[in-house]
Design a protein around this ligand. Structure first.
Ligand code: HAM
Length: 426
């Protein structure tokens, strides 16, 4: 029986993989314009990092982590996200011991969550994200939202929905949690068992409940905005005014709380519905966190960041025809067709030479009929066929066929590089 891929995983092949590279390179490029340097943290970490960082009351930690004991009986988890990992790295490497705060890092790579697979939801998926650690002003939050927005603009997203909210400071959240407890107090018995637990551990999480009956109740719950402290209100107003100023459309979603426990202050999410009505879920989200670094044993540094889901970005760009062919081009410049032992030796040498001149070259190593080779050349989107048989070898030329115009010429072996350089746009 053939081995099947684990549920919720997927292979990203050829042109699709190139599209992922392209998307990640645009994200990385824009992030570097904003002063973010790349960082790579381990794919697995101590489970403790995520319980303390992402939070015991979050679904991610509670239900969705891939956790196992390693051979040394340590509890290890595959990272469900990268914010905690970056914060841990800042602490482990004492990167905070610098006058040059904030520290700005960007990352991309696979994340793992044991979720129910559905449209846009995988168990292994990829994120591109940034973390600004040591973020101490509201400008850091604004800059982070603008970085995310501008990246999406550059990728070609047009009808974005940016949702924003504020979770305020610690006092705000404590007051709000009490208000939620009062509101849900009489109703909690009729709600799902997860909400029972959430009620006790962190009533904010009830707002994220996916059970339709509970969602109906959530609609009438008080919103956090009534509980914002003066300072949090001012900061929220500042963000809204600046977004207006920069003509970045947004909606205030008073029930947006985000599913990770570390958030405080400004939080945001980007959504997009495709022209044929597909909703892949949030394409990215993030926000401010005030205690994460401290909770993990580091100094009291605040932070702000976001992450995009690359699978979701890719699916939307593909569905909306926003991925330009040339950006994910895996076509071949020249397909070398050789016939027989000696021509193959010459073809092999030529392929090697052309590749050193940065041409994308394929070559047949097995004898195949002329027709099949042309079929392969067509399927691999080759621009030129370079044909070498005994005749060509004896006379020192190559038969070159332009596979678009079907024109055929004979080019001296020494002139082939110049010939292709003059014709292939790179
Ligand atoms: P998150 O909202 O959990 O935030 O994930 C960010 C993005 O990852 C989501 O908006 C979505 O596009 C994508 N994503 C999440 N789960 C899946 C899945 N199962 N399959 C496919 N895509 C998925 C975070 O992870 C935070 N660490 C973001 C952040 C950074 N906040 C501050 N700094």
């Amino acid at each position: 029986m053939a081995v099947t891929p684990p549920k919720g995983t997927h292979d990203i092949i050829a042109a699709e993989a190139l599209a992922y590279d392209y998307i990640e390179s645009v994200c990385q490029h824009v992030a570097s314009n904003y002063g973010f340097d790349p960082i790579r943290t381990p794919i697995f970490e101590s489970t403790d990092l995520f319980s303390r960082g992402v939070g015991e009351s979050s679904d991610i930690v509670n239900k969705e982590m891939y956790t196992f004991l390693d051979k040394g009986q340590r509890s290890i988890s595959l990272r469900p996200e990268n914010t905690a990992g970056v914060a841990r790295s800042v602490i482990s490497n004492k990167l905070y011991a610098t006058a040059d705060l904030p520290l700005k890092f960007s990352y991309n790579g696979p994340m793992f969550r044991y979720e129910r697979p559905q449209l846009g939801r995988f168990r292994q998926f990829h994120q591109f994200g940034v973390e600004n650690i040591g973020a101490s002003t509201i400008y850091d939050d604004l800059e982070t939202i603008m970085l995310a927005y501008n990246t999406l603009q550059l990728l070609g997203f047009k009808n974005l929905v940016l949702k924003i909210n504020s979770l305020g400071d610690q006092i705000t959240r404590n007051n709000y949690k009490s208000a939620l407890k009062t509101f849900f107090g009489e109703k909690i018995d009729s709600m799902c068992s997860d909400c029972h637990t959430r009620y006790k551990t962190n009533p904010l999480r009830i707002l994220d409940c996916k059970v339709p009956m509970d969602q109906e109740l959530v609609k009438f719950a008080p919103s956090i905005n009534q509980y914002l402290s003066e300072n949090s209100k001012d900061e929220f107003e500042f963000i809204k005014n600046e977004l207006n100023e920069f003509k970045i459309p947004y909606i205030v979603d008073e029930k947006l709380v985000r599913g990770l426990d570390y958030y405080s202050g400004i939080i945001f999410e980007f959504h997009y519905i495709t022209s044929d009505g597909k909703d892949y879920g949030a394409i990215g989200g993030g926000g401010h966190y005030d205690r994460l670094v401290n909770q993990l044993g580091g100094p009291a540094l605040e932070g702000v960041g976001f992450a995009f889901g690359i699978e979701r970005l890719y699916s939307i760009l593909r569905d909306e025809n926003l991925l330009q062919e040339e950006l994910i081009d895996n076509s071949c410049d020249a397909y070398i067709m050789t016939f027989g032992k000696k021509p193959r030796e010459a073809g092999f040498e030529l392929a090697n030479r052309l590749r050193m001149f940065d041409f994308r070259v394929k070559i047949n190593f097995e004898d195949k009929p002329f027709k099949s080779l042309f079929k392969i050349a067509e399927r691999t989107k080759s621009k030129y066929a370079l044909i070498i048989g005994d005749n060509e070898l004896e006379q020192g030329f190559i038969t070159v066929k332009d596979l678009t115009t079907k024109e055929q010429v004979e080019i001296g072996v020494e002139e082939i590089v110049d010939f292709l350089e003059g014709r292939i746009v790179r």
